[in-house]
Design a protein around this ligand. Structure first.
Ligand code: AHR
Length: 325
């Protein structure tokens, strides 16, 4: 009975999705697995590409997908997870906007015997049984890569003193915390590096612009040597402001960013950004592999990190492998 209910719901949800997407209705054989996915929002090109990756992979694997977008609101993610539990989906996946505040709803999922996969971001809870697996980037390693680039650059330009302003992502989110920690762990013992301040840009282009205006009013172009930004959206907002002010980003101020979207990689090639630390949004297939493993009753890896690297001005930027998403 429960199975029939699930199949019916899967069919209905897929029909709705198919109607929205204009794609053909699924055949009955494909509704054996239903995945509930709560995306945190659409704050950046990275996030939009990530949502597309999950949707495309669900389609490719033939899984029913109930996808909800929480528009940056934790309450909406909690509501979505509760609705997935009520629908009795097979697996719940979600990208937690912040790390805390999930214990109750995830305990409800566990009570309903629905496995939970964290996508992209982590939760902070002493109870490790609240989720089954995590798939996403190693943000701490990304922060370290940004710091390592800066020290290499400092050596190359024989810098004696570099003043760094940091544009931070959403407070209490995993990428914000870990990209900051990783970067600091590499640079803070180096006497040449001074962190001027860290501003919250919430991973948004508009806030990247605001932060850059604030920094320019306070320090002027000559008072900042490096911008370390936790994502491309904020970096691109900062670039707009710098260029409008007559500054030459990439030359007057070193620009270090994380993600690797096409616009940022193009700016790297144009000399306006110095270093792009890659963070792939393409997590869909890895997620579906985990879902399939769960459905087949296999043991699945607790942590899956995609392979990522760095593009920077030490590289041959004409190499065709240097490209954004
Ligand atoms: O959690 C991943 C981060 O979130 C990406 O770096 C950023 O662009 C997004 O908003």
């Amino acid at each position: 009975m429960r199975k029939r209910f699930k199949v019916l719901l899967a069919v209905l949800s897929l029909l709705v999705l198919s109607a929205c997407a204009g794609s053909p209705a699924p055949d009955a054989a494909r509704e054996a697995v239903v995945l509930g996915f709560s995306q945190l929002g659409a704050e950046s090109s990275w996030r939009i590409a990530n949502t597309a990756s999950v949707k495309a992979a669900a389609e490719e694997y033939g899984f029913g997908l109930m996808a909800e977008n929480a528009n940056q609101k934790q309450e909406k993610q909690i509501d979505a997870i509760r609705s997935f539990i009520a629908y009795r989906v097979d697996v719940i996946a979600f990208s937690p906007i912040v790390e805390t505040g999930w214990d109750n709803v995830l305990a409800e999922a566990r009570q309903a015997k629905i496995p939970v996969i964290l996508v992209d971001r982590m939760i902070d809870s002493p109870d490790e049984s609240l989720y089954t697996a995590f798939v996403g980037a190693d943000f701490y390693a990304e922060g370290r890569r940004a710091g390592e680039y800066l020290l290499r650059k400092a050596d190359a330009i024989h810098a004696e003193h570099l003043r760094v302003a940091e544009l931070c992502g959403t407070p209490e989110s995993t990428p914000m915390r870990d990209r900051q920690r990783g970067f600091l762990d590499v640079v803070e013992k180096d006497d040449r590096i001074e962190i001027l301040e860290s501003l919250n840009g919430d991973f948004l282009r508009s806030k990247g612009e605001e932060c850059m205006k604030t920094l320019l009013e306070k320090y002027g172009v000559g008072g900042i040597d490096v911008i370390y930004s936790h994502n491309d959206s904020m970096t691109l907002g900062a670039l707009d402001v710098l260029e409008q002010s007559g500054a030459a980003p990439g030359r007057d101020i070193l620009m270090i960013t994380v993600d690797g979207e096409k616009e940022a990689v193009d700016a790297l090639k144009a000399g306006k950004i110095n270093c792009v630390v890659q963070c792939t949004p393409d997590l869909g297939k890895d997620l579906m592999e985990l879902v399939r493993g769960l459905k087949e009753g296999r043991e699945i890896p607790r942590i899956t990190h995609p392979q990522e690297g760095v593009f920077c001005d030490f590289d041959d930027l004409t190499d065709p492998s240097v490209e954004g998403f």
